[in-house]
Ligand binder design. Structure first.
Ligand SMILES: Nc1ncnc2c1ncn2[C@@H]1O[C@H](COP(=O)(O)OP(=O)(O)OP(=O)(O)O)[C@@H](O)[C@H]1O
Length: 588
């Protein structure tokens, strides 16, 4: 019944087969063993009606001695059932926990390798909800299908076997009622699948709202934004509530419907057997055995009806998980791509155009030659495209038109790891992970020794403050590095870049002012870091600009001027204007 309903919905059947092949088939041995346990359980369950029929008939015939035999048999059968059920549950749990971990691992591996352009479309918390909420719903549905559904189906089959054994004609009459149940279950299933999809999307956006609220809690509190956040989240929670109420209403139909149908079946049976007993064709044992089997079958039949709801929810979540897994990475290297061996470190943008998605171009016909080892300052108004230039070098995005060459090689033709390994980034918001400070520096070069890490920290002027922390390099940096000050975070990220020792350095100078001492330490560290490396700087300080070998002035995605400070000032163009507005009178 569950499959019927699923197949009527677009791709449901294919999705089920795919989920089976991807996640369950690898565990087929343990699943087969589990099915054996369930079959044995269902088989022992079907012995009940026969035991009851015989005892009632024997008791009615005055054979009290039979109780001495029946009672131990009942204990034996229930003990067997108990043992089988225990094994089945433990095994199911182990397999499904493994399946969940498999899905999460594959999803994560796929996502960390995915393109930035595509990853940044969804808030991190919404992505995270696919790992937690969607994977749980999906594995819950699989658990229900491979274990409960099989167990219930086997129970129904064996109990109907028992019914047939007792009375073929009556069993066929009862079976004739089945199609009456199938139709509403399928209809409810289709509705539930739609609601499940909407619910999963809501859960994702609600998680994003909640996480965003707490991530920006400093600003939220300072600006007294609590009422705004309360209203915003209350709306999201209420929308979720609405969806759940509607799903609950649809799902609640199934049980009562099955209940009524079971009542009809029992009534028909009692009515027919009553007539037959009166005619002397059936015994009281027959009716008791038959009704026992029927009542025993009612529960698994009902569970199968409800299973459809779970399957539909699982399919909706599986769709969302596969939507991510099926997204191919556009930024890939050609097979057998050679490693990039940087010799000079010369970078050439050759007629590069680039646009993010559908918007206006962020770069248009941008051509710039950066000699190896040069320090180049990118200057321009906000939104001019400076960060975009930086993003293209390690191929966070690919150019839409033109070429980007490093030492004469197109970056799209070399091994991605070697390209990224040749680049170190120090950005304004130093990205610090929730790990030890030592581990955060070590990210610069996996496999670095403690000695290397300390040398990098010394070069970045952060060894002293790290050593003074309780725990030293083993001290925790906190969530997003919040146990460190802004200046300390920046120095840790500079130490990471020192450790990386890459020939190309991308610097986004911090705009926020630090205290003079911190500022001086960072500047000195950055100067040391950029020595002997091709360095691109999004410059915010006059001193950086004055020191630059080349200033590239950008306007609306185009390179409009280039040269050294004095020459550009005397040209009297955009640079001269920006310089007058921002820096004149400043000491840098
Ligand atoms: N992820 C993105 N998706 C869509 N558009 C983007 C994205 N990042 C930047 N843009 C757009 O591309 C253009 C160039 O942005 P970019 O960040 O390169 O400018 P910028 O010169 O670094 O600005 P700022 O000095 O303010 O950091 C802008 O118009 C911006 O709106």
């Amino acid at each position: 019944m569950a499959r019927d309903a699923a197949s009527q919905d677009d791709g449901g059947d294919r999705l089920l087969r795919r989920a089976w092949r991807d996640w369950l088939w690898p565990h087929r041995r343990r699943l087969a063993l589990n099915i054996g346990l369930i079959a044995a359980f269902a088989g022992s369950n079907a012995l009940y009606p026969e035991i009851i029929r015989r005892s009632v008939d024997a008791l009615q015939a005055g054979d009290v001695g039979v109780i001495g035999v029946i009672a131990p048999i009942i204990v034996l059968v229930t003990a067997l059932k108990g043992g089988l059920l225990y094994g089945h549950r433990v095994l199911t749990n182990a397999v499904m926990a493994q399946v969940e971990a498999d899905i999460q691992t594959r999803l994560f591996r796929h996502l960390v390798d995915a393109d930035l352009a595509w990853l940044s479309r969804e808030p991190p918390a919404a992505l995270a909800s696919r790992f937690t909420a969607d994977v749980a719903i999906m594995s819950g549905a699989m658990r229900a299908v491979v274990t409960n559904a099989l167990r219930d189906a086997l129970m129904v089959v064996t109990l109907f076997g028992a019914l047939l054994w007792i009375d073929v004609e009556l069993t066929l009459i009862v079976l004739a009622l089945a199609p009456l149940a199938a139709w509403p279950i399928a209809a409810v299933g289709r509705r539930l699948r739609k609601l499940a999809r909407a619910t999963s999307e809501r859960v994702a956006s609600t998680s994003a709202t909640v996480v965003e609220s707490f991530a920006g809690v400093h600003v939220a509190k300072t600006y007294g934004m609590e009422p705004y956040l309360k209203v915003k989240t209350a709306g999201a929670f209420d929308a979720l509530r609405g969806l759940r109420v509607r799903a609950g209403q649809a799902q609640s139909l199934i049980d009562p419907l099955m209940e009524v149908l079971a009542g009809v079946a029992v009534a028909i049976v009692i009515w027919l057997i009553g007539a037959r007993i009166a005619a002397g064709e059936n015994t009281l044992g027959d009716i008791t055995g038959f009704v026992t089997a029927l009542l025993l079958a009612a529960q698994p039949v009902r569970a199968l009806g409800n299973l459809n709801a779970v399957v539909q929810g699982g399919l909706a979540s599986a769709r969302r998980v596969y939507d991510l897994l099926d997204q191919p990475a556009q930024i890939a290297e050609p097979p057998g791509a050679p490693a990039l061996a940087v010799t000079e470190g010369a970078i050439r943008f050759e007629g590069v155009s680039f646009r993010y998605g559908e918007g206006a171009p962020a770069l248009s016909d941008f051509t710039l030659d950066i000699p190896g080892g040069a320090r180049v300052a990118l200057v321009g108004r906000s939104g001019a495209g400076k960060s975009t230039v930086m993003n293209l070098i390690p191929r966070l995005y690919d150019v839409t038109e033109g070429r980007l060459l490093i030492d004469g090689r197109d970056v799209r033709e070399v091994a991605l790891a070697s390209l990224r390994g040749s680049v170190a980034v120090v950005s304004q918001d130093a990205v610090i992970f929730n790990d030890t400070i030592g581990a955060n520096i070590a990210l610069g070069r996996p496999g670095a020794t403690q000695g290397d890490i300390e040398a990098a920290a010394r070069a970045a002027a952060c060894h002293d403050f790290i050593s003074a922390l309780p725990g030293g390099y083993g001290a925790q940096a906190g969530e997003r590095g919040d146990r460190l000050s802004g200046g300390q975070r920046q120095r840790v990220s500079i130490a990471r870049a020192f450790l990386r020792d890459a020939p190309i350095l991308l610097l986004d100078e911090a705009t926020s002012a630090l205290d003079a001492e911190s500022e001086g330490a960072i500047r000195a560290a950055l100067d040391r870091l950029s020595e002997g490396r091709t360095t691109l700087i999004i410059a915010h300080r006059l001193s950086t600009i004055l020191d630059a070998d080349l200033i590239a002035v950008m306007d609306r995605g185009r390179l409009v001027e280039q040269g050294r400070h004095e020459a550009l000032v005397s040209e009297g163009g955009l640079y001269a204007m920006l310089y007058r507005m921002q820096f004149e009178g400043a000491t840098g």
